[in-house]
Design a protein around this ligand. Structure first.
Ligand code: GAR
Length: 209
């Protein structure tokens, strides 16, 4: 059994999708060991508590990045987390944090990276006028929205779309993509070749500590 640690800052719909996948047996070898938010008032924390999960607020307000990250990493380690899943965690990780979990942190981003990194990716894509966008689940490295890509899903931009309808359809795909990516990583049946995740080969990434 592998322990997931979920980090979120807001609504938490990606967290719920992961929890639902576990409950439905789509991620049979995973459990959520802890849910952590950097914002005390994140609705996702309340949802986690209602589901009986271990949910912690570790406020980042006014704290230097690494000082906050040390508290978060300590909580992840206390809960013996094998894989960290950023699920709408709107805070950059310090290089130190990333080094504590090499190739063991995933992030979901609402665009087809490397297009539209950063904030409000759906709005950026809509305003740019692309005809296809989507979402990306990738390993986290020390650069923003940058690590090796595990899963991408495409979403067409319709003439009838506005920013909100587009974001909603991207979100549906995010929920599918995250489970798929976690399954790939936990199965370990892949290799990291430079930036490329190539499946069907045993992983060098050892999730076991
Ligand atoms: C999601 O759309 C996620 O891709 C995005 O925040 C939203 C969180 O929603 N993340 C980023 O933009 C990270 N750069 P959720 O709280 O309902 O999962």
């Amino acid at each position: 059994m592998k322990n997931l640690g979920i980090l979120l800052s807001g609504r938490g719909s990606n967290f719920v999708a992961i929890a639902d996948s576990i409950a439905a047996g789509r991620l049979s070898n995973a459990r959520i060991a802890v849910v952590i938010s950097n914002r005390d008032e994140a609705p996702g924390l309340e949802t986690a508590r209602r589901r009986g999960l271990n949910a912690l607020a570790i406020s980042s307000k006014g704290k230097p990045r690494e000082e906050h990250d040390r508290k978060v990493v300590a909580a992840l380690q206390q809960n013996q987390v094998d894989l960290v899943c950023l699920a709408g965690y709107m805070r950059l990780l310090s290089p130190w944090f990333v080094q504590q979990f090499p190739s063991r942190i995933l992030n979901i981003h609402p665009s087809l990276l490397p297009a539209f990194p950063g904030l409000e990716a759906q709005q950026q894509a809509f305003a740019y006028g692309v005809k296809v966008t989507g979402c990306t689940v990738h390993f986290v490295d020390e650069e923003l929205d940058h690590g090796a890509i595990i899963v991408q899903k495409t979403v067409p931009v319709l003439d009838s779309d506005d920013e909100h309808t587009l974001a909603e359809r991207i979100l549906e795909q995010e929920h599918v993509a995250y489970t798929e990516a976690i399954r790939i990583v936990l199965e370990g049946n892949f290799e990291i070749k430079g930036r490329r995740i190539v499946r069907g080969q045993r992983s060098e990434v050892r999730l076991q500590k």
